[in-house]
Design a protein. Structure first.
Length: 359
């Protein structure tokens, strides 16, 4: 995190190199697509500098993926926004049941936590995740999950996506997984802030609104502890949950200034990049269309918007909405530019790691 903080200071002191508000807005939007190969429409947008990154799902992964990723990076290299940094290509490579790419981690987070030496197992998982990502040119992992699960078979535990049911164990694994993965160049993401460990088996924010009624004392003393450990370990990104935590706010975490600006950045001191969960999630049904949700999330302090409906036009609509919100003053330009600086600092940190690896 020290490297990113240094780079962030440099980025903040340097004006964003593209005055075009659309290109500025596009830096904040992660696109998705529905088939194995990236469609011509997406490649055209990447070449035009109107894409901040791409998220890959199972249907995007086949034997030609490395070639497709190279095609996207080549399109990016020809764009007006290219400055020597790679386009973000991200996926979910958590372990065992939740893996988009061939390779590790073969153990689930729960198996890591239950091993004889959780820290060693988490370190190996971080190494394995980075190896899988690097094999295909993917540079961002939307992992690890840092929820502290409460009941056997609940939302996180049913797919073994939690390291354990104590904050100390989850924090221990976070401290091991994150630097192990990032030491190989891949960007890590702590999710889902401030934690989905108390969600029951049927409470899925992808499908519907979820409310987690925990006291602020419990949230801070249990659920936030692994995130604090991740920040201390230098995690690059944090993904916010779409659940509502009434102890802090009546808005979902990713739409809440209290959760993002005050608690995550203020109280915990996170200086890296924030990223939303899927902007099309059913949990946000009362907040309008995806474009409106993206503006609300950005107002709350989210840097990257995850347009993961496997539809290129979804990303385009969000870029247009952010551009318009910047032009009409709905978004604070100084705050938005600070988010842009964080994104650019992370790109530079990623590039610097790879230079160090090959030196």
């Amino acid at each position: 995190m020290k490297l990113i903080s240094t780079l962030l200071l440099s980025a903040v002191c340097t004006a964003f190199p593209h005055a075009n508000p659309t290109l500025n807005a596009a830096t904040h939007v992660i696109y998705s697509y529905p088939e194995a190969s990236p469609p011509a429409s997406l490649l055209s947008l990447i070449s035009a500098g109107k894409v901040g990154g791409v998220i890959l799902f199972g249907q995007n992964v086949n034997a030609n993926l490395s070639t497709y990723v190279s095609t996207m990076q080549n399109a990016w290299a020809s764009s007006p926004t290219y400055d020597g940094h790679p386009l973000f290509i991200m996926t979910d490579q958590e372990g065992r049941y939740v893996r988009r790419l061939p390779g590790g981690p073969t153990l689930s987070e729960k198996q890591v936590g239950e091993s004889a030496d959780p820290a060693a197992a988490a370190t190996q998982a971080g190494d394995d995740a980075a190896a899988a990502l690097n094999a295909y040119g993917v540079n961002v992992n939307l992992a690890p999950v840092l929820g502290v699960y409460r009941q056997t078979g609940d939302f996180l535990d049913q797919w073994e996506r939690s390291y354990g049911n104590t904050s100390s164990l989850v924090a221990e694994c976070a401290r091991a997984f994150i630097p192990a993965q990032q030491s190989h160049g891949a960007i890590a993401t702590a999710k889902h802030w401030p934690g989905l460990g108390a969600a029951t088996a049927d409470e899925d924010t992808d499908a519907e609104p979820v409310t987690i009624n925990l006291s602020l004392k419990t949230l801070r003393s249990v659920d936030e502890v692994p995130f604090a450990a991740a920040i201390e370990a230098g995690v690059d990104m944090v993904m916010a949950s779409w659940a509502v935590y009434p102890a802090m706010d009546d808005k979902p975490s990713g739409l809440s200034e209290k959760w993002i600006k005050e608690e995550l950045r203020g109280r915990l001191g996170f200086r890296g990049v924030t990223v939303t969960d899927a902007i099309e999630a059913g949990a946000l049904v009362e907040y309008g269309d995806d474009a409106n949700r993206a503006v609300l999330a950005t107002q709350a302090g989210m840097d990257l918007i995850l347009a993961s409906a496997r539809n290129v036009t979804q990303g385009e609509a969000i870029v247009d909405a952010l551009t318009q919100a910047l032009e009409n003053g709905e978004l604070d330009k100084a705050e938005f530019d600070a988010g842009t600086a964080r994104i650019m600092a992370l790109r530079e940190a990623f590039k610097s790691r790879h230079v160090q690896k090959t030196a």
